[in-house]
Design a protein around this ligand. Sequence first.
Ligand code: CP3
Length: 361
Amino acid sequence: MAEQFQVTETPSEVDTEPTSPFLRACRGLPAERTPVWLLRQAGRYMPEYRALRAQHSMLEVIRTPELAAQVTLMPVDAFGVDAAIVFSDILPPLVGMGLELDFVKGDGPKIGNPIASPRDVDLLGTPPAEETMSGTLGAIMLVRRELESRDVPVIGFAGAPFTLASYAIEGGTSKDFSKTKAFMLSEPAAWKRLLTKLATVQADYLLAQARAGAQALQVFDSWAGRALGREDYLRYVAPVNRDLYAAVARAGVPVINFSLGVNAYLVEAAACGGDVIGLDWQLPLDEAWAQLGHERPVQGNLDPASLLAPWRELRARVDDVLQRAAGRPGHVFNVGHGLVPQTPVDNVRRLVERVQERTSR
Ligand code: CP3
C-alpha cells in the first residue's frame, strides 16, 4: 500500500494559487466568501454518525479507511462546509509508540499503561506513520479523491506534544494536569525526551498526511494553555512546539496552530509557528487579531456553547464574529473548540448558511 501514498506532490500545490475559499483564506488571499467549517463537525450530534458508531467501535472507524472517509464526508454532504477534516483522533499515533489506547463509552480516551518514569519514556518507539497510521492516510486519499471535483479541501491533523504527553501521563483526560506537571517539574530531562519523541512522531505523521493528499494541517494543543502559566509554557513547551512547526512547514501546505487557552500569552504561542492561528472564544476576535497582526490569518472564535442557544441568539453571535472580522481576507469562520454532542443539527445547518450567505462577495 505504501506506494499509493505518493499520489500528491506537495510542491506543485504551493506554486498554483488555490481557488477554494478555505485555502485562499489560509494564505490571507481574498476569497469569494468567508469559509466555514467546525471543530468536531463529524461527531455524536449527527444521527448518521451515531448510527455508524452503533455498528463499529471508535478505533475500528478510525482504522478502516472507508468508514473514516464516510464519516469525514457526512458534514460536507449535510451542511456544505468549506473544508473536511479527516475523521480520526489525536491519540491513535500513541499506539504505535507503545501506549495502549481505548475509547471507553461515556468516559473518553484511556491509556492502559501510562508513563510514570523516565524509563517508560525511553521505551517509547518512534515508528514511521506509514506503518502505524495507514488507516487515516488511506482515509485522506479516499476523501481527497471524492472532494477534488467539488473543490473542498481536506485537512489533516495531529496533537501537539504537551497535549499528547498529558494523556500519556495521566492515562486519560485530566482536570488539573497534576501528574503531568509533577513529571515535568521533577524529571525535566525525561520530560524533554518525551516531548521530543512526541514531536518527532507527529511531524512525521503530519508530513505523511500531506503526502497522502491533505491540503492543510492543524495542530491541536488543547491543554498546554489550560495547564501552564506563561513562563512554564515558554520554558517547557514552546521550544519543542517551534521544532514541530519548523519541521511541518516543509509539507508545503498551510498549517493551523490551534492552542486553546493561551490568551495570557497568545503572541508567544503564535510565535511557535503555523500559518493560521486558531482562536478559542476567550478574547473577542478583533482584539485577538489585532494582537497577532492582520497579516496572520485566523480561524475560530465562536463559543461552541452558542450552538446550544435559540437561533436568534446564535445568529447574533455569528454576526458578531463576522462583524469583528470586518471582511478582512484571512478569516476562517469556526468555533473556538469542538461542537458538543447536544448540538442541534439545525443550528449547524443555519450557522453554515448564515456565514456563507452573509459573506458572499
Ligand atoms: O470532526 C472532527 O473534528 C474530526 C475528528 C476529531 C476527533 N477528535 C473525533 C472524536 C478530532 C480533530 C479530534 C481531536 C481531539 N481528540 C482533541 C483535540 C481537539 C479538542 O477537542 O481539544 C482531543 C483533546 C482529543 C481527545 C479525545 N478524543 C477526547 C477528550 C475524547 C472524549 C471526549 C468526547 O468528546 O467524547 C475523544 C473521543 C472522540 N474523538 C470522539 C470523536 C467524534 C467521540 C467518540 C465517540 O464517538 O464516542
